[in-house]
Design a protein around this ligand. Structure first.
Ligand code: 2P0
Length: 339
């Protein structure tokens, strides 16, 4: 029995200029460009094995040890990969018809607003491309699976281009700087609640597109400005601009969520407490030491520089005395102290 298999690993990415809203639901074309930092491969990764064999009788998928049904987006991704393989004749036709088994696991909470779909889809597309011997950029295929997944195809800081073509061929990910350009950049993730989020990003965005006038303003005027400032800040390693744009863009996205009808509340009182704490710390030091950003959930991602990690960590431990490392066993929703 012949089995061909590939195993890969992909990390999550954390947006500093956010994607929120699509102009094309089927092709997953965003209303605006976005920029994120891809984490390293030590924590918060998806690990996936894909295997094809003539002896497999059906496509099957296991996530974190449990068999799951294959989503429509998976089929779209698989079809796009096979089409590319066929066009470029990278694998013989017979093997393209073999059924596929996929086994994936996340080493962090799934669907808690921690970009699990980005890591999972990026990893899947990476492995499929290897399996079918496809070279070159496949971020456009990852985008078809989950928009933000295209950014996890590259390391460092990555821009997902808004693109102009109606078929989406230029809505791909491009690296702005590799990780070693700004090696002392660090990320702290404060897991406020590891539970599944109440409104998925996909449906939240749809409601925002349908109801929020503020989203039009954000996509046309606010984000292009943030993208320009962020590109410059990354190239020049200007942490002050980086931090301010990161925080303002997160606030802008959550303002759109509030402007959505009915409103979407991803942030909890603990999230707001963290926002106030970060501003108090930055005011105290009279400079931006740390920047917060929140995705479609209450968990805070803090960007800061390595040298400031001990100080910021000790302040966080002071204000959240019951906080635990994820590896040590979870978090506590109400473990905050007033600043
Ligand atoms: C981002 N998020 O830029 C933004 C910020 C969440 C908030 O990309 O519908 O899971 O699969 O394209 O990629 C999450 O959205 O949504 C996301 P789909 P996706 O990181």
């Amino acid at each position: 029995m012949v089995i061909l298999s590939v195993t890969g690993r992909a990390p999550i990415n954390i947006a500093v200029v956010k994607y929120w809203g699509k102009k094309d639901e089927r092709l997953i074309l965003p209303l605006n460009g976005s920029i994120s930092g891809t984490l390293d491969l030590t924590h918060m990764c998806a690990t996936t094995t894909v295997a094809i064999s003539e002896s497999f009788s059906e496509d099957q998928f296991w996530l974190n040890g449990l068999e799951c049904s294959l989503s429509a987006r998976f089929s779209i991704v698989l079809e796009a990969i096979k089409k590319r393989a066929l066009e470029n004749e990278t694998i013989d036709r017979e093997k393209l018809s073999w059924k596929i088994h996929i086994c994936s696991k996340n080493n962090f909470p799934t669907a808690a607003g921690l970009a699990s779909s980005a890591a999972g889809l990026a990893c899947l597309v990476f492995c499929l491309a290897r399996l079918y011997n496809i070279d070159g950029d496949v971020s456009g295929i990852a985008r078809l699976g989950s928009g933000s997944a295209c950014r996890s195809m590259y390391g460092g800081f990555v821009e997902w281009m808004v693109g102009e073509c109606r078929d989406g061929r230029d809505s791909v990910a491009k690296q702005i700087i590799p990780a070693n350009h700004w090696p002392n950049m660090a990320v702290l993730i404060l897991v406020v609640n590891a539970g599944r989020k109440h409104t998925s990003s996909t449906s939240g965005m749809q409601t925002s597109v349908q109801t929020s006038r503020l989203l039009e303003h954000r996509a046309k005027l606010v984000v292009p400005d943030h993208i320009d400032l962020m590109r410059g800040a990354l190239l020049q390693k200007d942490f002050q601009t980086f931090a301010q744009v990161t925080m303002k863009d997160s606030n802008s996205m959550h303002a759109v969520c509030m402007d959505t009808y009915p409103p979407i509340h991803y942030l909890t009182h603990v999230s707001h407490h963290i926002i106030n704490l970060v501003h108090s710390i930055n005011n105290y030091f009279r400079t931006c030491k740390v920047a917060y950003t929140f995705d479609a959930g209450p968990n805070a991602c803090l960007y800061l520089l390595d040298d400031d990690l001990p100080t910021i960590l000790s302040l966080i431990r002071y204000f959240y005395p019951k906080i635990q490392n994820v590896e040590e066993g979870g978090t506590d929703d109400d473990a905050c102290r007033d600043g």
